[in-house]
Write a protein that binds this ligand. Structure first.
Ligand code: ADP
Length: 159
């Protein structure tokens, strides 16, 4: 885990916390669109969206990363709407897509913990357990934490 900005990570693939429309949003998604440059909007439009819990890939365009894996996490609605399963699926699908691309190093943001409102500690448990339990050929998974509070949540579990 590192404290930092996912758009600057030199890995094969970065994961974007996307929305189902794969539209330019705020938060990490807005930062990814801004840093990748104009080609990303057309590439996302061509994919036609993604379901919650799924992940799809585009090139990284101007990013150091070769690919962007757009993973759609759930909006938190109190915890009894399948949020944990959907968040785990978003991580698992991201690693499956990484395998399909041949990406062996992947950087994840804390999916769903910003605008989508998923409680940080619970989301961090799901992020770590789903990555640990996903069979894949990815050898480096970097959790990129944008603030000290997020870093502390990962440190508590990974240190
Ligand atoms: P979601 O809609 O899935 O909740 P957000 O982008 O609102 O997505 O937030 C997810 C996490 O990404 C939050 O911890 C937020 O602070 C973090 N974040 C925002 N910008 C960046 C960035 N440039 N790099 C890494 N993480 C970021």
């Amino acid at each position: 885990m590192v404290l930092g900005d996912i758009t600057t990570q030199a890995v094969d693939a970065i994961v974007n916390a996307a929305n189902p429309a794969l539209a330019r949003g705020a938060g990490v998604c807005g930062a990814v669109f801004a840093a990748a440059g104009p080609g990303l909007e057309a590439a996302c439009a061509a994919l036609g969206g993604a379901r919650t819990g799924d992940a799809v890939a585009t090139p990284g365009f101007a990013l150091p990363a070769r690919w962007i894996i757009h993973a759609v996490g759930p909006v938190w609605r109190g915890g009894d709407r399948g949020e944990a399963q959907l968040l785990a699926a978003a991580y698992r699908r991201s690693l499956e897509v990484a395998d399909e691309l041949g990406a062996t190093s992947v950087a994840f943001p804390a999916i769903s913990t910003g605008i989508y409102g998923y409680p940080l500690d619970a989301a961090t448990d799901v992020a770590i357990s789903s990555v640990r339990e996903s069979p894949c050929r990815v050898t480096v998974v970097r959790f990129v934490c944008f603030d000290a509070r997020t870093l502390a949540a990962y440190e508590q579990r990974l240190a």
